[in-house]
Design a protein around this ligand. Structure first.
Ligand code: OKS
Ligand code: MG
Ligand code: ZN
Length: 343
């Protein structure tokens, strides 16, 4: 299997994550991608290709013009304003207030975000664009006949809405790739999000549509991020009714339970008659993940890959979460090797 990788991911290297009242060293750090890449190489998974440049047009099929413009200029505006640290949103439009974009950078940061966990600094824009190019290059390779491709995206994307960043995400790589499949004539695209967290951005982007089926397996949002979306009664709206599926699990969930939801998801994708599959892949479902609460083990990722391959679909994997850096390479590449038949 080919892997798409851009060294530009390392331009995303913030020093702060607001967590538990402290500015900690971010969980979402450059060594994550480098460790996965090293495992791709040591396992000789396949060719490693650099992304092509696709520009902003495919991004704007999913994200709003104003949001894209905000992200491009945010760091410059923050600095021009004389701020000392990294750009962190601290104000939001609460209930009863106006959802209206103000001029001030503090106001705009709140308007375009869902949390204060994701700081912005120099290089965030460049890395986020490179991450989209990684996903779109993978999509192009799959559309060109590759059975499956691993888009080693960083920063991740599945929390990003059409006009919101947060949860370490800026552009929704998986949604942009799914839309690219649609724009190239694929009629029905399935997105199966196996990251520990709800794929709220992807759900939101396609919530009113029946041409992209969105499914996410995740930790109960009553207990974990994103807190305000991802419940099982969210099934889609309008034309999209019945085309969103959330499968929610409690703390301590082992693979034996998690895989039952995977089975439900795979049957739904087969019924849907998908002609392409995008898999936002997080390995923060791992038992030793520092911020999550599922109990998957390294061999379980081989089984996951095997089951996804049985769908028989052209498949694009986009890398999402996973914060036990010691295990992230083995776990992510195990999915690819399981897909290719390794037991
Ligand atoms: C804040 C924790 C915020 C969780 C962000 C989730 C990132 C992720 N301390 N998404 O898939 O892995
Ligand atoms: Mg998920
Ligand atoms: Zn995650």
């Amino acid at each position: 299997m080919k892997t798409v990788f851009s060294p530009l991911h390392n331009r995303r290297d913030v020093k702060t994550e607001l967590d538990g009242g402290l500015l900690i060293a971010p969980h979402e750090k450059p060594s994550r991608a480098e460790t996965i890449l090293a495992r791709v190489k040591s396992q000789a998974l396949g060719e490693i290709v650099e992304p092509e440049e696709f520009g902003l047009e495919p991004i704007k099929r999913v994200h709003t013009d104003n949001y894209v413009e905000f992200l491009e200029n945010c760091w410059q505006e923050w600095q021009s304003d004389g701020k000392q640290g990294e750009a962190i949103p601290v104000f939001w439009a609460g209930r009863g207030m106006r959802h209206r974009e103000p001029k001030d950078i503090d106001g705009r940061l709140g308007y375009y975000s869902m949390g204060a966990d994701t700081s912005i600094s120099d290089g965030t824009w460049e890395a986020a664009c490179a991450s989209v190019n990684v996903a779109l290059t993978g999509q192009k390779l799959v559309a060109g006949g590759e059975r499956a491709v691993f888009a080693l995206c960083r920063p991740p994307g599945h929390h990003a809405h059409a006009d919101l960043f947060g949860g370490y995400c800026f552009f929704n790589n998986a949604a942009i790739a799914a839309q690219a499949f649609r724009d190239q004539g694929y009629e029905r695209v399935a997105v199966l999000d196996v990251d520990f967290h709800h794929g709220n951005g992807t759900q939101s982007i396609f919530y009113h549509r029946n041409d992209v089926l969105t499914i996410s397996l995740h930790g109960d949002p009553d207990l974990v991020f994103p807190h305000f979306l991802g419940f099982e009664d969210e099934t889609g709206e309008g034309e999209g009714e019945g085309y969103n599926l959330n499968i929610v699990y409690p703390p301590g969930t082992p693979f034996s339970v998690w895989r039952q939801g995977l089975e439900t998801a795979c049957r739904r994708i087969a019924d849907f008659g998908a002609d392409a599959l995008v898999v936002p892949l997080g390995v923060d479902t791992f038992e030793d993940d520092p911020i999550s609460f599922f109990k998957l083990t390294s061999p379980d990722y081989l089984t996951l890959g095997q089951r996804l391959a049985q769908l028989g679909l052209p498949t694009l994997f986009t890398m999402e979460g996973g914060y036990d850096v010691d295990a992230i390479g083995v776990n992510a590449v195990n999915v690819m090797q399981g897909f290719e038949g390794k037991a």
